[in-house]
Design a protein around this ligand. Structure first.
Ligand code: AP5
Length: 222
């Protein structure tokens, strides 16, 4: 029988590589990726009530109100696939109120991964980022160009990826990060995200493999 599935939080500044690492983590560990940014962007493009409320905040690089995002995360984490396969929470909690909501619901991860990348690198990563609307895959015009002309033609740029908006997103991130970290200090794992993506992933992979072993041992132990 399987042990309790992994529960992972991944955080870091805008463009620190959360989405990129999550693609690799999902491939290897089969966790359910819950990205509040992706969930919100899907609501916006579907034109739902949540999407219409969230749109202005997102396009201007501000945070969407806590109650909207918290309800969304709560609903997603309580679905069967997340309970059975474990989850990878990306982009939440983003404020101390959001962290408190999770604590109150007794939702705690096994590990809190923080990707560290210097500010000047983040701007270039955002401005050069492109998304494939069909596969959801993340590209970069110079670091990770698309595999074919066909993909290249359909790539889109996020409306919040201008230099000015990235700077304001980064500032908002910095205002909130300490308060969130204090909730997860005992399970904090800082990772240098300013390396090739495979090197970053190798470190995350080792960390998660060790955690899986620990959970397995804890289960079969007395
Ligand atoms: P969200 O989508 O979460 O945006 P973010 O946190 O700003 O993070 P990003 O998606 O910009 O970056 P990432 O770290 O995933 O980097 P990526 O892998 O793409 O949120 C968007 C908005 O939604 C928020 O502003 C807010 O309005 C709202 N929102 C979301 N959650 C919320 C919440 N909890 N509360 C309230 N509002 C919320 O990589 C970036 C680029 O760098 C790519 O081009 C990639 O190819 C490249 N790259 C990645 N890794 C490397 C590497 N190792 N070397 C070189 N290039 C790399």
């Amino acid at each position: 029988s399987r042990s309790e599935p992994l529960k992972v939080m991944i955080s870091g500044a805008p463009a620190s590589g959360k989405g990129t690492q999550c693609e690799l983590i999902v491939q290897k560990f089969g966790l359910v990726h819950v990205s509040t940014g992706d969930l919100l962007r899907a609501e916006v493009s579907a034109g739902t009530e949540i999407g219409n409320k969230a749109k202005e905040y997102m396009n201007s690089g501000r945070l969407v109100p806590d109650e909207i995002v918290t309800a969304m995360v709560k609903a997603r984490l309580s679905r069967d696939d997340a309970k059975q396969n474990g989850w990878l929470l990306d982009g939440y909690p983003r404020t101390s109120a959001q962290a408190q909501s999770l604590e109150e619901m007794k939702i705690r991860p096994d590990v809190y991964i923080l990707l560290n990348v210097p500010d000047e690198i983040l701007i270039d990563r955002c401005v050069g980022r492109r998304l494939d609307p069909e596969t959801g895959k993340i590209y970069h015009i110079t670091h990770f160009p698309p595999e074919s002309e066909e993909i290249k033609k359909r790539l889109i740029t996020r409306p919040d990826d201008t230099e000015e908006k990235v700077k304001s997103r980064l500032q908002i991130y910095k205002q909130n990060v300490q308060a969130i970290l204090s909730t997860y200090l005992d399970i904090l794992n800082e990772i240098d995200g300013n390396r090739p993506k495979d090197a970053v992933f190798k470190e995350i992979e080792n960390l998660l493999l060790r955690l899986e072993e620990k959970k397995e041992a804890g289960k079969s132990g007395v």
